[in-house]
Design a protein around this ligand. Structure first.
Ligand code: 13P
Ligand code: SF4
Length: 311
């Protein structure tokens, strides 16, 4: 039994023993963010995973993120505390259906959100994250037809913002879909001076009310520069932990779902990772990410294209 173990101390001991680096996404539980060597958005985490000289990467995030780490750093052991930590966007885009979608648009290139399986990355030309999508899109000639998947909200946002005509795959993030416009407007009436920051995975009806739209890192940067001292945050609420640490004198309020609070916007996949499971993953070096080499090399092409075009 793990009862009675000082998990923080044990994780620290194992991290040194294993020469491991702990990477965490902003949507992880506060204790996991706090014990990580590095916390970041999807692009930051990919770059860290590609550059680390640790032997083991313990990835506190979801499976597609840990897979990305393995694709970019195949010689490292990559562990994910809970292998069931998936993503609704990944689930919405089975590789065989994505291949058929591509085949329907033979002249289009596939610009694909990083929130997808390794198999879908292998079928894509360039991967993007929310923080790099606009920059990457601007490097693709205007006459080039583009299919964009799996997130139709991010794709729709990019299309509106850039005027590009993207052919969208119909996937959504269940977390960002759960924000309620009615409840958001009620909250804004209560805090009329508070700006709203939103992640581009939110539907257009939410983004239309946002003063700032960006990735998790982008929203954190906005929390520093924003006017006033209160911010309404329309993304997964665990990011508020970093905001409260960085700006203890400001107030951060999670945007509500239909029930009027932000608990329904907790990502159920991200929430599967715990301190106990991180400890076991470092102790046993399991569950481990393995990717077949042919698939890895194909997926790496589109990820390398992202890293080159985002830099
Ligand atoms: P970013 O951290 O890149 O903004 O991604 C958000 C997200 O939903 C990850 O699953
Ligand atoms: Fe996937 Fe949404 Fe959870 Fe991110 S927040 S991992 S996009 S389900």
């Amino acid at each position: 039994s793990l009862a009675g173990l000082d998990l923080r101390a044990e994780i620290d001991r194992l991290r040194k023993e294993r020469n491991a680096v702990i990477l965490a996404h902003y949507y992880q539980k506060p204790e996991l963010q706090d014990i990580a060597d590095f916390v970041g958005d999807s692009l930051d985490l990919s770059r860290k995973a590609a550059a680390t000289d640790a032997e083991v990467i313990a990835f506190c995030g979801v499976r597609f993120m840990a897979e990305t780490a393995k694709i970019l750093s195949p010689d490292k052991t990559v562990v994910l505390p809970d292998m069931d930590a998936g993503c609704s966007l990944e689930d919405s885009c089975p590789p065989d259906q994505f291949a058929a979608f591509r085949a329907q648009h033979p002249n289009a290139i596939a610009l694909t959100y990083i929130n997808c399986s390794a198999a879908v990355k292998a079928l894509s030309d360039v991967i993007v994250t929310s923080s790099s999508a606009e920059k990457i899109l601007s490097q693709i000639p205007a006459s080039q037809p583009i299919i964009f998947g799996p997130d139709r909200n991010l794709g729709g946002y990019l299309a509106r913002k850039t005027g590009r005509d993207l052919i969208l795959w119909p996937g959504v993030c269940i977390v960002h879909e759960a924000f309620s416009e009615t409840e958001l407007l009620k909250l804004r009436a209560q805090y009329p001076d508070a700006p709203i920051a939103a992640h581009p995975e939110c539907p257009a009806v939410i983004l239309d009310h946002a003063d700032f739209v960006g990735s998790t890192s982008g929203i954190l940067a906005y929390a520093k520069e924003m006017p006033g001292d209160t911010l309404i945050v329309a993304t997964e609420p665990h990011i508020i932990h970093q905001m409260e640490k960085a700006f203890p004198d400001k107030t951060f309020i999670g945007a509500p779902g239909a029930d009027g609070n932000c608990n329904c916007n907790i990502c159920p996949y991200m929430a599967l990772n715990t301190m106990e499971k991180l400890y076991v993953a470092l102790r046993d070096l399991e569950p481990r990410i393995e990717i077949e080499e042919g698939l890895r090399l194909k997926a790496k092409k589109s990820l390398d294209a992202m890293l080159a075009m985002a830099s």
